[in-house]
Design a binder for this molecule. Structure first.
Ligand SMILES: O=C(O)COP(=O)(O)O
Ligand SMILES: [Mg+2]
Length: 231
């Protein structure tokens, strides 16, 4: 695929734009403590992140990736988690190195930028606002914005339709299998970041980058009429 044809870029949030593990782990452990459960390791909680808050609460209560907590316990846990996390979206959460700079650079290429996350919209939007980068994005799709979330192609297809571009003209940048599957099913270019919550080398992305600055450099080069960048 030639990067010259790229007309819009979608970004995953957790593990791609921001490192949110410390705050997610603190909220999961505050929930566990309120329910009389011992704390879990942040690394353990990291392995439970990626399919949205409802699923994280099940996994954090059972400490099992496929675990389903009892319905009443889950409902209590969900409320406790959201209360704590809403108040601590950016206590420790920061952008990864190069993110703020690359968003500005990418905007200079006049490409619309969107966020497609499995986090609830009501958490994702204020998180981006607190970090001062919400205005970089023309759309923020949360895991609860549409009937299906990643790994479904729906959020990416929806973004493409709203932006009036073909999914094949979009890049999805992410850190997990959900992002790559979403991109593949939509027909978009799948780019993985090496620093995220999963091992990027195993995801089967079309391209793996060390930083979003590298992605900008590739796009800029391919926009140069004298360059011939193919991947
Ligand atoms: O909140 C999650 O579970 C993961 O969110 P992400 O899709 O931004 O990685
Ligand atoms: Mg992610």
């Amino acid at each position: 695929m030639n990067l010259k044809h790229i007309k819009a870029i979608a970004f995953d949030l957790d593990g791609t734009l921001v490192d949110s593990i410390a705050d997610l782990a603190a909220s999961a452990n505050a929930m566990r403590q309120a329910l009389g459960l011992p704390p879990l390791d942040a690394e353990r909680i990291k392995s439970h992140v990626g399919d949205g808050v409802a699923s994280l609460v099940h996994r954090a209560l059972t400490d099992d990736k496929d675990g389903q907590a009892d319905e009443a316990l889950w409902a209590q846990g969900f409320t406790l988690f959201i209360q704590h996390y809403r108040a601590n979206l950016t206590t420790h959460t920061r952008m990864y190195p190069g993110v703020a700079e690359s968003l500005n650079l990418l905007r200079s290429l006049e490409l619309p930028l969107v966020v497609i996350t499995n986090k609830s919209h009501r958490l994702a939007a204020p998180l981006l606002a607190e970090l001062g980068i919400d205005s970089a994005f023309s759309m923020i799709l949360g895991g609860d914005s549409l009937p299906e979330k990643k790994p479904s192609a729906l959020p990416l297809l929806h973004a493409a339709a709203v932006l009036n571009v073909k999914p094949q003209e979009m890049i999805m940048v992410g850190d997990s299998e959900n992002d790559i599957l979403c991109a593949n099913k939509a027909g978009a270019l799948a780019v993985a970041v090496r620093y995220g919550y999963r091992d990027a080398a195993t995801l089967g992305a079309d391209l793996v980058v060390d930083s979003l600055v590298d992605l900008f450099a590739l796009l800029k080069k391919s926009a140069d009429p004298h360059a011939n960048v193919r991947m």
